[in-house]
Design a protein around this ligand. Structure first.
Ligand code: AMP
Ligand code: FE
Ligand code: FE
Ligand code: ZN
Length: 272
């Protein structure tokens, strides 16, 4: 069984439509695939219909933006019910993301020909706007060759153009995800250059209801995988892996990191 619970579509910042993610997953020989767009569930219906058509098991998921003391932390929510408490948490973040994207664009607009309209054109199918859409508009203008180059400087968190956005506290998000039957898993918790989540914070989050850690992820060094495996073992957290596929938007391939069938069984058991 080949299980990849972490992919993105045009509903957020991936470049494949939800049905295309599923078709690509079938071509890669995956058996189970999760669509985990940032802060939205809008891709689920199309993806789950296509999964039924091609005979693939579908996991409805969300990569929830959260914060801890000013740092951004991504939380995968697997199988959350679309109850108001969950949906309104996501909506609040999506609204804040629009404001924040406008601020980044207005800062960049002082030095480049970038306009808000140009960015909106890159996000026509997206329920959730993010820096990758701004990157795509910069690529169109010839300012940078690709998304990677945009993130290296202009859109990096240390850039003068960068603006953060509101997101719920990580503890609060875990409680909400559990309250709607979802299984909360920390996405890429050892990604250097993003936010590395400490052993102590992981222990606190385990007490709040965290179920697992995405250990196998392309942005993790061997040292981080080692550390996270040990923490998962000590705290009885489920060890997952995923591709974080974004279509053409990143170098990653579907199924390049997988969740084992044993871990998948534990995730299913953890569903509320
Ligand atoms: P945002 O959610 O607006 O803060 O933007 C962060 C998102 O940009 C992440 O979820 C990634 O999907 C994407 N991202 C981060 N780094 C890169 C990169 N180097 N190339 C392409 N996409 C990236
Ligand atoms: Fe993304
Ligand atoms: Fe992420
Ligand atoms: Zn992701």
């Amino acid at each position: 069984m080949r299980i990849d619970p972490h992919t993105h579509s045009t509903s957020s910042d991936g470049t494949d439509e939800p049905a295309d993610v599923i078709r690509a997953a079938a071509r890669e020989g995956l058996d189970v695939v999760g669509l985990a767009d940032h802060d939205t569930t809008t891709g689920w219906a199309e993806a789950s219909r296509e999964a039924a058509t091609v005979g693939l098991e579908f996991i409805p998921a969300v990569e929830v933006s959260t914060r801890h003391e000013g740092s951004s932390i991504h939380l995968l929510a697997l199988w959350p019910r679309e109850d108001p408490a969950f949906l309104s948490m996501l909506e609040k973040t999506r609204t804040a993301r629009v404001d924040r994207a406008r601020q980044i664009v207005s800062r960049l607009g002082e030095d480049f020909d970038l306009t808000w309209e140009g960015v909106v054109l890159k996000a026509v199918n997206a329920e959730t706007i993010g820096r990758p859409h701004i990157a795509d508009a910069l690529v169109d203008l010839g300012v940078v060759p690709d998304r990677d180059a945009a993130f290296a400087e202009l859109l990096a968190t240390h850039s003068p153009y960068y603006v953060p956005h509101y997101a719920p506290k990580i503890e609060e998000a875990i409680v909400v995800v559990r309250s709607v039957g979802g299984v909360p898993v920390l996405a890429h918790p050892g990604a250097e250059g993003r936010t590395v989540v400490s052993d102590d914070l992981i222990a606190d989050l385990a007490r709040c209801g965290l179920a697992g850690l995405e250990v196998d992820h392309r942005d993790h060094s061997e040292a981080q995988k080692d550390r996270l495996s040990k923490v998962a073992g000590r705290l009885d957290l489920i060890r997952t892996g995923g591709s974080d596929y974004h279509g053409l938007g990143k170098q990653n391939r579907l199924g390049e990191n997988l969740t084992s069938p044993e871990a998948y069984r534990l995730l299913i058991q953890a569903r509320g």
